[in-house]
Write a protein that binds this ligand. Structure first.
Ligand SMILES: Cc1cc2nc3c(=O)[nH]c(=O)nc-3n(C[C@H](O)[C@H](O)[C@H](O)COP(=O)(O)O)c2cc1C
Length: 196
């Protein structure tokens, strides 16, 4: 079920304003996941695209977040655009699905070589015995791919968050904030206001 055009339009308008503001990280978003044991984990990633199909970000599929999403695809995102007037928070909940390999390939190809080598070298979320081990692995892959394009590691790619809940929050005076929650119920996006 795709995102209601009204919601997407509202998101895009705010996002464009945030990109035009002096916010240092307008694409930074908290990603919360819970693995099989129900323990909840949160970390930041960068939002890459937002369209009617959902919201995408890139990572390693064998990272802790990837392992958690494999066990439980439920996911929550949270963005804060503090420099907007009024300041805005967007909360998104839904399910994560892997992007088609061709889409991850296309985005990987746009990244600079050192960052591509980093994607090979970084065993994201695994124990790093010492910092120099990472640099050694970067060198190894630099030699392995010398003189040619760095291909995408199979374990590196994108997720699309297919939402079933989007909430826009706007700061109000006296903390009388505004909350507009959209939920996908029986195939229809419905809006209601919430007390702050
Ligand atoms: C502002 C910011 C942006 C980040 N963007 C990404 C990203 O797009 N993808 C990613 O895998 N990690 C990103 N990270 C690193 C993650 O926060 C995290 O350390 C990493 O993904 C490992 O998380 P995990 O062990 O829970 O899987 C970012 C960190 C910060 C502070």
């Amino acid at each position: 079920m795709s995102l209601d055009p009204t919601i997407l339009e509202a998101f895009r308008r705010l996002h464009a304003q945030a990109l035009a503001s002096d916010d240092p990280e307008p694409n930074a978003m908290t990603v919360a996941t819970a693995g099989a044991d129900g323990r909840v984990h949160a970390r930041m990633v960068l939002l890459k695209t937002a369209d009617e199909r959902g919201f995408t970000f890139f990572t390693r599929y064998d990272s802790d977040k990837g392992v958690q999403l494999e066990a439980n695809p439920r996911i929550a995102l949270c963005l804060l655009w503090k420099r907007l007037k009024p300041a805005a928070q967007v909360r998104i909940e839904g399910r994560a699905e892997k992007l088609p390999a061709a889409q991850s390939d296309a985005y990987f190809a746009t990244r600079e070589r050192l960052s591509q080598l980093g994607a090979w070298a970084s065993l994201q979320s695994r124990t790093l015995p010492e910092r120099v081990a990472l640099e050694r692995r970067v060198d190894e892959f630099d030699h392995r791919f010398a003189g040619r394009d760095v291909p995408r590691p199979a374990e590196w790619g994108g997720y699309r968050v297919v939402p079933d809940l989007v909430e826009f929050w706007f700061a109000g005076e006296h903390r009388w904030n505004e909350r507009e929650r959209w939920e996908l119920i029986d195939g229809t996006w419905r809006k209601r206001l919430l007390y702050p």
